[in-house]
Design a protein around this ligand. Structure first.
Ligand code: PMM
Length: 292
């Protein structure tokens, strides 16, 4: 999944693709580099950032969603607002990617149930202006899985079908650096819960800290892509359904390596290059199904 942030202030690529034309061109470039899905977002979740007005979010994302869908892309809309989700689906978005897992907007689950789209429920505890104070876990993996299971219960109660649901541990959201590594290392536990899993590690702060130089300054976002590709390889090998990344080429290669590796050992469900299964993500997203 390639990231198309139509925002002036995202932490990793803020402002670079802020006009609709630049955002569409960037999305098309990511498709050429091997993305199966494009995630279009109009509200930054940068730590500490403020909400944007719903009118501004709509104005940012809708033209970009529509144009990318017209160009043949499978598009996901990155929003916590039901009204934006419904409007984007109306323009052809196949997936709603909600970093709040439905907690930011009571109307989100009925929008997902009504439209029948694939829904990414991310683990979340609060908006960007407060999330850094919400990193309090007994065991981060157990707690995140339990809180995601509660989201699944609520989704089912709202009439959303299991095969619409993708779960995401929400790396960096209410998670300090050290809380992110167990979520990656123990990804198979989340995968075993039975839903497709999306991992969003791309360019995040915990990678910046990992890559800090001798001066202990975190590596800047644009210097985190090789580490992101390494996470992609390991996440794919651990059974992730999807990785959300800013720099697609390296992660597309990493996914191929993981698939070939698993195909050769026979220990996983991954397919080798050229195998029919390789297209499953794309096809299933288009048809609103899952790859489980
Ligand atoms: N991270 C960001 C934004 N959207 N969506 C999902 N499902 N998972 C994530 O980890 C995630 C996300 C972070 O913001 P960015 O677009 O600036 O990288």
């Amino acid at each position: 999944m390639g990231v198309v942030n139509v925002t002036p202030d995202s932490f990793s690529d803020g402002g670079r693709w802020f006009t609709p034309g630049a955002a569409v061109a960037h999305g098309l470039e990511l498709l050429e580099q091997g993305a199966d899905l494009l995630d279009v977002g109009g509200e930054s979740t940068r730590p500490g950032s403020r909400r944007v007005a719903v009118e501004d979010e709509l104005a940012r994302v809708l033209p970009v969603v529509e144009e990318l869908v017209d160009r043949g892309a499978t598009v996901s809309v990155d929003t916590t607002r039901a009204v934006v989700a419904r409007a984007a689906v109306g323009r052809g978005a196949a997936i709603v990617n909600d970093v709040s897992g439905g907690l930011a907007d009571d109307a989100m689950y009925s929008a997902v149930a009504d439209t029948g789209v694939v829904y990414v429920a991310m683990h979340w505890r609060g908006h960007a202006d407060v999330m850094d104070d919400l990193d309090d876990y007994d065991d981060v993996v157990t707690d995140v899985r339990r809180e995601l299971a509660a989201r699944v219960d609520a989704l089912r109660a709202a009439g959303v079908h299991d095969d619409q649901v993708v779960l995401d541990p929400g790396l960096g959201f209410a998670k300090a650096g050290s809380s992110n590594w167990p979520l990656l290392a123990r990804l198979p536990e989340l995968v075993a819960d039975g839903f497709p899993v999306l991992v969003g590690a791309s360019r995040k702060r915990f990678l910046g800290h990992l890559l800090a130089g001798r001066d202990e300054e975190p590596a800047p976002p644009l210097a985190r892509d090789r580490a992101t590709a390494a996470v992609t390889a390991l996440a794919a090998a651990a059974g992730a359904w999807c990785v959300r990344v800013h720099e697609v080429a390296g992660s597309a290669d990493a996914v191929r390596v993981a698939a070939a590796w698993q195909g050769a050992t026979g220990t996983g469900a991954g397919a080798g290059p050229g195998d029919d299964d390789e297209l499953a993500v794309d096809e299933d997203a288009r048809t609103g199904g899952s790859t489980r």
